[in-house]
Design a protein around this ligand. Structure first.
Ligand code: HEM
Length: 97
């Protein structure tokens, strides 16, 4: 987590992982899990940092959450709507994993 936030906030390129792949295999993941994550991240930043820094973290976090949600829940077969619940079995079928 240090590496990713260093990469995001300081463009240090320390993080070399694949967060989409890591989160894809968590079966119980839902869109609202990410909304809860973001709310508690925002709250924590507000406690730890001044307004300017807190805002800078939250803007980045919101972008990452948006990308992760698209990667996990985007359904091209349903006019591009996002599904609420991630379907790992279906994903594996589609990608023959
Ligand atoms: C409710 C939402 C989330 C849940 C339940 C969750 C859960 C997890 C879990 C279980 C892992 C460990 C995976 C593994 O090592 O196999 C992980 C890793 C990680 N998560 Fe999340 N996560 C959430 C949201 C996020 C968000 C929003 C971010 C980015 C801001 C994030 C960034 C990461 C990173 C960078 C790793 C390490 C990946 C690696 O080892 O390369 N997570 N998460």
């Amino acid at each position: 987590m240090y590496a990713i936030w260093s990469s995001v906030m300081r463009t240090s390129e320390r993080y070399e992982g694949n967060p989409v792949a890591k989160h894809l295999v968590i079966e119980s993941m839902q869109q609202r899990s990410f909304e809860r994550w973001l709310a508690s991240f925002d709250e924590t930043c507000g406690e730890l940092f001044d307004d300017r820094l807190s805002k800078a973290f939250c803007v980045k976090a919101a972008h990452i959450v948006k990308s992760l949600k698209l990667a996990l829940f985007y359904r091209p077969d349903q006019n591009g709507h996002l599904s609420q619940q991630y379907d790992l079995r279906r994903h594996r079928q589609l990608h023959q994993m």
